[in-house]
Design a protein. Structure first.
Lengths: 259, 991
C-alpha cells in the first residue's frame, strides 16, 4: 500500500513544522517540509501531495493580525493551486497559527480573536468530538495542549447553527480528565459555544487551535507522572517509550483515509 | 502622499474590558465608560483611492474587522489617544504591512513606500487632562513611543488624526572627526567618561575608558604619529569595555596574579576535566558563544545564560525581548550554528507593591518606570521573544527584593543542539579564512543600541543614553536562524559565524578576524534603516537580529540566493585578511587602521585590591510556644516562595513537542525546581535544567551564598532524576559598585567558593557571564539623591544529560499511603532565610536576619545524591522535591499542594543538629531531598539509603489534612486547600 504524501509548510515564523512532520511520519505517511517561497517558485509540486498541513507558529509575528500576512502571501501566489488541491480528494489541516491562516484564506468559516484574557496561554484542554470528518474517525474525547494568544473562535449565530447541523463543528472544549485533574477552566479562551476546531469541504479540511503533534507520547501529558505511579500500585508496568499520546490518532486517521 | 487606514474590530474586542479595568487602578478623577481600539496604518505612498481600498482589505480580517480610510470610524467617543513609535524605532507590524503590500501589487523592494503603525484608543467618559496624561503614561514608554491626545471636536473637523509620518531626520554631521589626545589628564578623563566632543560641542556619551586606558591609547597614537579618528576610539572603547573584556575577572586581584576567571572558574573546569579523564564530557567550553557538552554519539548540547540588565531598567519590554532573542544568537553563533531547543529566564525585580517613585535626573526629572511596570514589561518581553521564536521556555524564576528596584536583573539563556560532525568536519569548530567575504545577515542598522556595551559597563544615571534601548524583532531573527541552522550549515556555505551583540560589528568582525589575522571593511556597504548615520555609529550600533559570517567567495552566489529565498537580507561588507590589522574604509577613505594585537590585547592590566567586609546581624526574636501554622501559611504567600504560574503558563514550553517535566507540575500546578525535555525526537536521552541563587545569604557571607547556589542547582537536577556524572554548570555574576574594595572582597569570596564546590562536586563550569555595575544613582520621591545597589547576585544554572529521560521524577505527592522520607541533615541554619526575613520585616528591623547561613558539605552530599540516583534508576521514587527556601515545612507544603493530598508528619528523628522547632521546620540547610516512596518499595529504598542520613517522617494522606507534630505536640495543623490558596495568591492576582 502506498504511503500518502504530506506537504508541511514552513517559513516566515511558522515553527511547528518539524514536530508536525514527525507526527505524520509516525502515523505512516511520507512528509516533506516545504518553504512557502519554494512552493511559490514551483507551485506544480502541490500536485504530488495528498495532504496539506499548515503547522503552528507565529507567522510574521502576528503583525497585522494572526495568520493574516501569511494567508495574503499564499492567496496572492497560490490561489489557483489551492483551489485545484481542494478539488481533488485531499485532506488539509491547519493547527493553531495554521488554523488562523485557514480562516484568513477563507476556506474555513469564522475567525480567531484575542483570548478573553488577552494573554498568551499554554496549558492542556479536553475536547469532545462533535463533527463528522475523516480526521476524527473513531475519536469521542481527546486531551491536547493549547498554546496561543488569539484562539477565541468567533462566528455569527446563524452561521453557527448551519455548521452545527452539517457537522462542521469539529470539537468543543469540555470538562474532562485534565480539567478535573488540575481544576482548570473548561474553555480557556472564551471561544463561542466552546468551539476549539471546525471543518470544511465535507470534513476534509480541519482547523484546530489545540496541538495534536504535541501529544504524540504518554509522557507529554501533564497527568503521566500520576497515572504511571497509579499503574505501578496496580502491579502494571507501562512501557513509557512505547506508550503513545492521544494526538497520534488524528494523524493515523489521515493516513488511513488514503488506504 | 500620506493616508491613514484605521482597522476596527467588529466582534467584541476582549482587550477593551481589560484596559478599562487597568485604568481604574490609576486613580483617575473622572471615569472612562468605554474604549474602542483601532489599529492605525500611516501609509506614505503614490497609491490611488482604489489601491488604498485593496490595501485596506489586505489589513482586515473580513469576519473580525472593518477598515476606513482617512476617517476615524464613526464611534461615540470624547477623546482619541494615539500611541505610536518614535522615529527610527523598529516598527515590526509596519514592516510586515509594507512587505504584504509590495507582494500584493508585485512591486520591487525599492518602491517608494513607507508604513507606520500606531494604536488609537477612542475613549468615552468625562476625563480631565491629568486623567488623560495618566492613561497615556500607562500605555507608553516615552523613550521609544510617542503619544498624541485629541478631543472629539478637534477630530470632527479633520475626521482623522494628523496625517504625518514619524520619519527619522538626522542633520548632516561631519562623518569622521579626529580626536587630539595631546590634552590634559582631566580632558582624557572627560573623554573617557562622557565621550568624544562633537563639532557642535556636545559630548557623545560614555566610552567607559579610565585614565590608564586613555593614556595607553594616547601613547599608542603618539607612536603612530597621528591623532586617532573617532571610530578608532569608539572601537577600542567597545572591545576594551568591561562588558566585552570582563576586566574585573581578568585582572590580577590581591595575591591571585592570573585573575579570578583563569584561576577559579577556568581553573576549576580544567582540573575537573583532567580528573574525569575518559569520562570528561566537555567539548567546547569558554571559547565560543555558548558552552557545549556531549549529548550522545551524534549530538552536542550547548548552554549559555546572558544578563540584560541596563536596557531593561530603561525599557523593560525591549530589554527583555532583546535579551532572549540575543542569547538565541549565542546558540546559532555556536560553532557553525546550533539549533535553539530551549529558553530559560530569570528576573530580579523590586517589590511590585512598592509605589515610591525614582528619578534619574535632578528636580524629579526623568522618572523611572514603577517596579510593577518593570515587572510586567520584562515578563512580556520574554513572552513575545520566546513564543514568537518557536523555542520552548522550560525554566525560569522571579525574585523580589527592594534593592532591585533601581536596577532590575534580567537573565536570559538558551540551550542548543548541534550534530558533532557534518560535511566531514567537526561542527563545533570554525575558522574564518583570509579572502573570505565578511557578510552580515538579518536586520538593518539604525541608531538604536549605540553605546550599549559601554553603557552597561557603568552605573546608570541621568547621562545614560536612551539610544541604548533596542527593540527586538523575533521574526527577522527566526527567518535567519532557520536559514542558517536548518539549511546553510548543511550546505557548507560559510567557514565561520558569530553573533552581533554588544559592540555590533565592531566586536563581531574584530572577534572573527582573530581566526585569520585581519579584516578590511567597507562601512558604506552596511545596510541602514535610514540615512544620516555616521561611520562610528554604523560600526558600533547594536541594532538587533544580525549575524556576521565569513563566506568563501566561490560560495557567495549560492549563499546569497538561499538567503534571498528565505526573506533574509545578506550583504558583503568587506573581506577577511591576514594583514594583522583591522582596517575600515568609508567610501574608499581609510578611517580606521589598527593592529589586531593592540585592539585585543592593548588594554592595560590593572591590579585590583580587595578588603574583606565582615558584617554582624541581629538575631530575630522567635515566636513563643510551638504553634507554627500561621507562619507556614504566611510563608507560602511570600513573593519569593509562592507560585509564579501566571508567568510559566504564558510562556510556550511545549513547542518542539519535547516536554517531559514541565514548569508546572501536579494537580495543584506547583512550579518545578528542574525541568526535563527531549531535544531529539525519538531519542531516549534527555536534558534537565535548573538554576539557583541566594542573594540574601550574600548579606552575611558571599562565600556560602555561592556554595548554596551551586548545591541547590545541582540538587534540583539530581532530585528530578539527573546524574552528577553528566552535569555541568554556568555562572552569572551580577555585582554592584565593583570599584569598591569591599565589593571586590565579596566577589573574591564568592568566586573562591565556585572553585571549591565545582571541584568538590566534579561539575565543570562551561560558560559564564558577568555584569559588574548594577547600581542606580538618582533621586528619591522627595528629589533627594540616592544610590541603590543590588545585593551581589550569583545565578548558578545547571544542565544535565539523562540517559533515559523517562527516569524523570516530579515533585508532588502521588498516592495516599506513600511513606515520606527526608534525606540529609537539618541544622540551625536560618540566617537570611525566608522565615527570618519575614520576621525581620514584621519586626520592622531589617537587620534582624540572623547570622547562621547554611553551609554546604559536598562530601556528605555526594553520598546522598549518588544513593538517590540509584533509587531513581530502580524506578522506586514516587516523588521527590529538593528542600530550599522556606525549609522542610515549605517543601512538605509544596509537595502536598502539587499532589492535592495531605500529609501526616512528625519531626522527632530528623538527622542533624536542629535545636529548635523553627530550625526543624524552616531552616534552609542544604543537601536535603524530600521523598515519597510506595509502601511496597520501602525495604529496597531503605537498603539503598543505609549509608546516608535518612529519616522516615510520615505518610501521604488522602484527606487534605496537613499535620506536623514534634514531641507529640501538633506544631502545624492546616489543610492543602488553604495552602494551595496562599501559594497561588499573588500569581492568581496577576492572572
Amino acid at each position: 500500500m502506498k504511503k500518502p504524501n504530506v506537504i508541511v509548510l514552513s517559513g516566515y515564523g511558522l515553527n511547528c513544522e518539524e514536530e508536525t512532520k514527525f507526527a505524520f511520519e509516525s502515523a505512516g505517511a511520507t512528509a516533506d517540509i516545504v518553504h512557502i517561497n519554494d512552493l511559490i517558485a514551483k507551485p506544480e509540486q502541490l500536485l504530488e501531495y495528498n495532504i496539506l498541513a499548515f503547522p503552528g507558529g507565529f507567522s510574521y509575528g502576528d503583525d497585522t493580525g494572526s495568520g493574516k500576512a501569511y494567508a495574503n502571501k499564499f492567496k496572492n501566489h497560490l490561489s489557483k493551486e489551492l483551489a485545484e488541491f481542494l478539488s481533488r480528494d485531499t485532506l488539509v489541516i491547519g493547527i493553531c497559527n495554521g488554523f488562523q491562516i485557514l480562516t484568513n484564506l477563507g476556506i474555513l468559516p469564522g475567525a480567531l480573536a484575542h483570548n478573553k484574557k488577552a494573554r498568551y496561554i499554554n496549558r492542556w484542554v479536553d475536547l469532545k468530538i462533535t463533527g463528522k470528518s475523516p480526521w476524527l474517525k473513531g475519536i469521542k474525547n481527546i486531551s491536547l495542549p493549547i498554546a496561543h494568544g488569539e484562539g477565541r473562535y468567533v462566528i455569527s449565530e446563524s452561521e453557527y447553527r448551519k455548521m452545527k447541523k452539517s457537522g462542521q463543528i469539529a470539537f468543543a472544549y469540555e470538562k474532562g480528565k485534565i480539567c478535573k485533574y488540575q481544576n482548570l477552566e473548561t474553555n480557556p479562551n472564551g471561544a463561542v459555544h466552546d468551539i476549539a476546531g471546525v471543518l470544511g469541504y465535507n470534513g476534509r479540511v480541519l482547523g484546530m487551535m489545540p496541538h495534536p503533534e504535541r501529544a504524540m507520547f504518554f509522557h507529554q501529558s501533564p497527568i503521566w507522572f500520576r497515572e504511571n505511579e497509579e499503574a505501578k500500585r496496580k502491579g502494571k508496568k507501562i512501557d513509557l517509550h512505547k506508550s503513545e499520546g492521544e494526538g497520534l490518532q488524528i494523524f493515523r486517521n489521515a493516513v488511513k483515509y488514503f488506504k | 502622499m500620506i493616508s491613514r487606514i484605521y482597522v476596527v474590530s467588529k466582534a467584541t474586542d476582549s482587550r477593551e474590558k481589560l484596559y478599562l479595568k487597568s485604568w481604574k487602578e490609576l486613580g483617575l478623577k473622572g471615569k472612562p465608560s468605554s474604549v474602542t481600539i483601532l489599529d492605525s496604518y500611516i501609509i506614505d505612498s503614490q497609491f490611488s483611492k482604489e489601491q488604498l481600498e485593496q490595501v485596506g482589505n489586505l489589513l482586515t480580517h473580513r469576519v473580525l474587522e472593518n477598515f476606513s480610510i482617512n476617517e476615524i470610524p464613526a464611534k461615540r467617543f470624547n477623546f482619541a489617544l494615539e500611541i505610536g513609535f518614535l522615529p527610527g524605532v523598529t516598527d515590526n507590524a509596519g514592516n510586515t504591512a509594507k512587505e504584504t503590500i509590495l507582494d500584493f501589487f508585485h512591486l520591487p523592494k525599492e518602491t517608494d513606500l513607507a508604513v507606520y503603525t500606531s494604536r488609537v484608543f477612542l475613549i468615552k467618559g468625562k476625563l480631565g487632562s491629568s486623567d488623560l496624561e495618566k492613561i497615556s503614561q500607562s500605555l507608553h514608554n516615552p523613550l521609544i513611543e510617542r503619544s498624541y491626545i485629541a478631543t472629539e471636536k478637534e477630530i470632527k473637523k479633520e475626521k482623522t488624526l494628523p496625517q504625518s509620518a514619524p520619519v527619522v531626520i538626522l542633520e548632516e554631521k561631519t562623518p569622521v572627526v579626529k580626536v587630539s589626545l595631546n590634552v590634559s589628564d582631566e580632558e582624557l578623563i572627560n573623554i573617557g567618561k562622557e565621550g568624544i566632543v562633537d563639532p557642535d560641542g556636545m559630548r557623545r556619551g560614555p566610552l567607559a575608558l579610565d585614565l590608564e586606558s586613555m593614556k595607553v591609547i594616547q601613547k599608542f597614537f603618539a607612536k603612530e604619529g597621528r591623532d586617532p579618528t573617532d571610530i578608532e576610539l569608539e572601537s577600542l572603547a567597545q572591545t576594551w569595555s568591561e562588558h566585552c573584556k570582563h576586566t574585573i575577572f581578568a585582572n590580577p586581584i590581591d595575591e591571585i596574579k592570573d585573575g579570578l576567571y583563569k584561576t577559579y572558574i577556568k581553573g576549576a573546569t580544567n582540573l575537573i576535566r583532567k580528573r574525569k579523564g575518559s569520562r570528561d564530557f566537555c567539548v567546547s567550553v569558554f571559547s565560543d558563544n555558548s558552552g557545549a557538552i556531549a549529548f550522545d554519539d551524534h549530538y552536542l548540547i550547548t548552554h549559555k545564560v546572558e544578563t540584560h540588565n541596563s536596557p531593561s531598567a530603561l525599557d523593560p519590554f525591549g530589554g527583555a525581548i532583546t535579551g532572549i532573542v540575543g542569547v538565541n544568537r549565542d546558540t546559532v553563533g555556536f560553532g557553525l550554528g546550533a539549533k535553539p531547543v530551549g529558553n530559560v529566564y530569570g528576573f530580579c525585580v523590586g517589590n511590585p507593591h512598592d509605589t515610591r517613585p525614582l528619578y534619574r535626573g535632578k528636580n524629579k526629572q526623568q522618572k523611572m518606570l514603577s517596579t510593577r511596570r518593570i515587572m510586567d514589561g520584562v515578563i512580556r518581553g520574554i513572552n513575545v521573544g520566546g513564543n514568537c521564536s518557536g523555542i520552548p521556555t522550560h525554566s525560569g524564576f522571579i525574585k523580589y527584593e527592594d534593592r532591585y528596584r533601581g536596577k532590575p536583573l534580567v537573565f536570559a539563556g538558551t540551550v542548543g543542539i548541534i550534530e558533532r560532525k557534518g560535511n566531514g568536519k567537526y561542527l563545533h569548530e570554525k575558522e574564518a579564512q583570509a579572502g573570505d567575504y565578511i557578510v552580515v545577515i538579518g536586520g538593518r542598522v539604525g541608531a538604536d543600541g549605540i553605546h550599549g556595551a559601554t553603557f552597561s559597563s557603568v552605573t546608570m544615571d541621568s547621562t545614560s543614553p536612551a539610544t541604548a534601548v533596542q527593540i527586538g524583532d523575533p521574526i527577522t531573527q527566526k527567518k535567519l536562524s532557520d536559514a542558517i541552522v536548518k539549511e546553510a550549515r548543511a550546505m557548507d556555505l560559510y567557514t565561520s559565524i558569530t553573533d552581533n551583540g554588544a559592540g555590533g560589528i565592531s566586536c563581531s568582525v574584530a572577534e572573527m578576524a582573530k581566526e585569520c589575522g585581519g579584516a578590511e571593511v567597507d562601512l558604506e556597504k552596511v545596510p541602514l534603516k535610514y540615512l544620516g548615520l555616521r561611520p562610528w555609529e554604523i560600526w558600533i550600533s547594536e541594532s538587533q537580529e544580525r549575524m556576521t559570517l565569513s563566506v568563501p567567495k566561490k560560495k557567495w552566489e549560492v549563499f546569497r540566493r538561499l538567503m534571498e529565498s528565505r526573506g533574509v537580507e545578506a550583504t558583503i561588507i568587506g573581506e577577511f585578511t591576514n594583514s594583522g590589522r583591522c582596517r575600515v574604509k568609508f567610501n574608499g577613505k581609510k578611517i580606521m587602521d589598527m593592529p589586531m594585537d593592540f585592539l585585543h590585547d592593548g588594554l592595560p592590566v590593572k591590579e585590583l585590591r580587595t578588603t574583606f567586609p565582615s558584617r554582624k546581624y541581629v538575631e530575630p526574636k522567635l515566636p513563643a510556644g510551638f504553634a507554627r501554622t500561621k507562619v507556614l501559611e504566611n510563608l507560602l504567600s511570600e513573593l519569593n516562595i509562592g507560585s509564579f504560574a501566571f508567568i510559566s503558563e504564558q510562556y510556550d514550553h511545549e513547542v518542539q513537542a519535547s516536554s517531559v517535566l514541565k514548569p508546572l507540575s501536579g494537580a495543584g500546578r506547583i512550579n518545578t525546581d528542574a525541568q526535563i525535555f527531549r531535544p531529539v525526537h525519538g531519542s531516549k536521552k534527555g536534558a534537565v535544567l535548573s538554576s539557583s541563587l541566594y542573594p540574601f545569604y550574600g548579606d552575611i557571607s558571599a562565600y556560602h551564598m555561592s556554595a548554596c547556589a551551586i548545591d541547590t542547582a545541582i540538587r534540583n537536577v539530581i532530585t528530578a532524576g539527573g546524574s552528577l556524572s553528566t552535569l555541568a554548570i554556568l555562572d552569572n555574576f551580577c555585582w554592584c559598585s565593583s570599584n569598591e574594595s569591599d565589593r571586590l572582597g565579596e566577589l573574591k569570596e564568592a568566586v573562591r567558593a565556585c572553585y571549591d564546590y565545582a571541584v568538590g562536586y566534579g561539575t565543570p563550569f562551561i560558560s559564564g557571564k558577568d555584569s559588574m555595575f548594577n547600581d542606580f544613582k538618582g533621586y528619591d520621591e522627595k528629589g533627594n539623591p540616592l544610590k541603590i545597589s543590588i545585593p551581589p547576585t550569583l545565578l548558578i544554572s545547571a544542565i544535565g544529560v539523562m540517559d533515559d529521560v523517562l527516569n524523570a521524577v516530579s515533585p508532588e505527592w502521588k498516592v495516599a499511603g506513600d511513606n515520606i522520607y527526608v534525606l540529609g541533615e537539618t541544622h540551625d541554619e536560618l540566617g537570611a532565610s525566608e522565615y527570618f526575613r519575614m520576621l525581620a520585616k514584621e519586626s520592622k528591623n531589617p537587620n534582624a536576619i540572623g547570622n547562621d547561613v547554611p553551609k554546604v558539605d559536598f562530601e556528605k552530599n555526594i553520598k546522598i545524591y549518588s544513593a538517590f540516583e540509584e533509587a531513581v534508576r530502580e524506578g522506586i521514587v514516587s516523588s521527590a522535591i529538593s528542600v530550599t527556601s522556606g525549609g522542610l515545612a515549605t517543601a512538605l507544603a509544596k509537595a502536598s499542594v502539587g499532589g492535592m493530598l495531605g500529609c501526616n508528619v512528625s519531626l522527632e528523628n530528623l538527622h542533624g543538629h536542629a535545636s529548635s522547632i523553627d530550625s526543624k521546620l524552616f531552616s534552609e540547610s542544604q543537601g536535603r531531598i524530600l521523598v515519597s516512596i510506595a509502601p511496597f518499595n520501602m525495604k529496597r529504598f531503605e537498603k539503598i539509603m543505609r549509608r546516608v542520613p535518612v529519616s522516615m517522617i510520615g505518610t501521604v494522606s488522602k484527606d487534605k489534612k496537613f499535620i506536623v507534630t514534634d514531641q507529640k505536640k501538633k506544631v502545624i495543623e492546616s489543610n492543602t486547600d488553604k495552602l494551595h490558596k496562599n501559594y497561588h495568591k499573588f500569581s492568581e492576582s496577576c492572572g
